[in-house]
Write a protein that binds this ligand. Structure first.
Ligand code: BG6
Length: 462
């Protein structure tokens, strides 16, 4: 009973949020490099070019580019058996459509992967995590079909380069975020629904083709999709609330339906038809979607939502309702560990393929004490509750869960707000919201707690 043998335990990061070194060794500029810092109440801005005197958090982030050895050694010390990270597309193809890949960029990931393997840590690579090359804007980014080909060339390059070393891949991080934050999801320059749905179509197509390519290059490759965990409960048993909640979930889950089943679901086709949106479907595309279904479904889970008859379907994060039964973090994210068990069941019932939680965690203000310790009982409590519910889903409900990687296992830049002070890590990094600090790393209390969790395969949680 409990977590199965070989269950993957670890943590997750994304290149743009941790690497820094934004213009070193031939790296090009991507969508995150032009996003300014916001805060808890202020959205990040997107500037057309890099503005002198403006602070861009991705530029230095936590300087993982130069600290990767130390960081991976700390992950190994915690006992990680899996490390999820992303390859920054613009390190490999600086403009997205270059004639040849950038060898220095590939060498950086050679080093990261070898470092993981040295400690017997399984690398799980996100191919595109909010890092679309700005050079692809000349094709309208994902609105244009050329970007699909550029993406596949990038995939082919890394699948061949890391063959035999990397066998676990995720195509697009939180692909459903295309509907709410198209710039972050894919440097999509237009916000109207037709453009966004075309960009989503191209990403779904690219993902399916990448799955097929990965299997052709190495039949041992396992490729997953990555869903941004938006799950909402109906506000009440009023059928109007229930129906609107169903529509809200359709808007999110169609991305999973396409990647797991290989075709657009009927409800989505009807919705597009009603809105007069036609997708640029070319010959062979339907076949490609069918042949490129994923091997597993991974997702992030932080909170649950509530929606009902007053929910506007435009903004996925703002449903217009709050859950009075749940407490929230200072960033207004509800804390609902039972929602994790609920979501695991919902997705497993629907697709019957292995699942993996590749992000979960609590973003909080932490305090570095004078003696360089960090006491974070709130984070331990949050994670413990979620791990217990995940165990119930496995033990009581029979859900097939492959592994669990917490988000931001080392403090890093927040994707939503651009802050450093929204910290998730087991490892404190001494950098503030303006990028000042020593960049020293310190173990938090949760570091030692997670070490015990992993060593006991999830048995020792208290
Ligand atoms: C997910 C993303 O949305 O949530 C991560 O995949 C992100 O990139 C994480 O950092 C937490 O969100 P935030 O806004 O707190 O950084």
């Amino acid at each position: 009973m409990g977590f199965p043998e070989g269950f993957l335990w670890g943590g997750a990061t994304a290149a743009n949020q941790c690497e820094g070194a934004w213009n070193e060794d031939g790296k090009g500029i991507n969508s995150s490099d032009v996003m300014t810092a916001g805060d808890v109440n202020k959205k990040r801005e997107i500037t057309e070019e890099i503005k002198e005197g403006t602070y861009y958090p991705s530029h230095n982030a936590i300087d993982h580019y130069h600290h990767y050895k130390e960081d991976i050694a700390l992950f190994a010390e915690m006992g990680f058996t899996c490390y999820r990270f992303s390859i920054n597309w613009t390190r490999v193809f600086p403009n997205g459509d270059d004639a040849a890949p950038n060898e220095a960029g590939l060498q950086f990931y050679d080093r990261i992967i070898d470092e993981c393997l040295k400690y017997k840590i399984t690398p799980l690579i996100t191919i595109s995590h909010y890092e679309t090359p700005l050079g692809l804007l000349k094709y309208d980014s994902w609105i244009g079909r050329t970007t699909v080909d550029c993406f596949l060339r990038y995939c082919e390059t890394i699948f061949k380069r890391y063959k035999g070393k990397v066998r676990h891949w995720l195509t697009f991080n939180e692909i459903n975020c295309m509907s709410s934050t198209p710039w972050t999801a894919g440097a999509v320059p237009k916000q109207d629904e037709a453009s966004v749905m075309i960009a989503a179509y191209h990403q779904l197509l690219a993902s399916a083709k990448a799955v097929k390519l990965a299997h052709e290059i190495d039949p041992e490759n396992k490729v997953g999709m990555m869903y941004g965990g938006l799950f909402s409960y109906p506000y009440s048993c009023d059928p109007d609330d229930v129906i609107r909640n169903m529509e809200y979930m359709h808007e999110q889950l169609f991305y999973c339906d396409v990647q797991c089943r290989g075709y657009y679901p009927a409800y989505k086709k009807k919705d597009l038809e009603k809105k007069g949106i036609s997708l640029p479907i070319c010959e062979g595309d339907e076949e490609a979607l069918k042949k490129g279904t994923v091997d597993f479904l991974s997702y992030s889970y932080y909170f649950s939502l509530v929606s009902g008859k007053n929910t506007e379907l435009k903004d996925a994060f703002d449903t217009g309702y709050r859950n009075p039964y749940l407490k929230e973090t200072p960033w207004g994210w509800s804390m609902d560990e039972q929602g994790l068990r609920y979501s695991l069941n919902l997705l497993y019932d629907r697709y019957q393929i292995p699942l993996m939680i590749v992000e979960n965690g609590m973003g909080m203000y932490d305090k570095l004490e004078e003696d360089k310790t960090v006491h974070d009982p709130y984070r331990i409590d949050y994670l413990k509750r979620h791990i217990k519910e995940m165990e119930k889903a496995i033990d009581l409900d029979g859900v097939d869960v492959m592994g669990y990687t917490t988000w931001g296992c080392i403090d890093l830049v927040s994707a939503g707000t651009g802050q450093m002070e929204k910290r998730y890590g087991f490892i404190y990094v001494d950098v503030d919201d303006q990028g000042n600090g020593s960049f020293e790393r310190y173990r938090k209390d949760s570091f030692y707690w997670y070490q015990k969790v992993i060593a006991s395969n999830g048995k020792e949680l208290d």
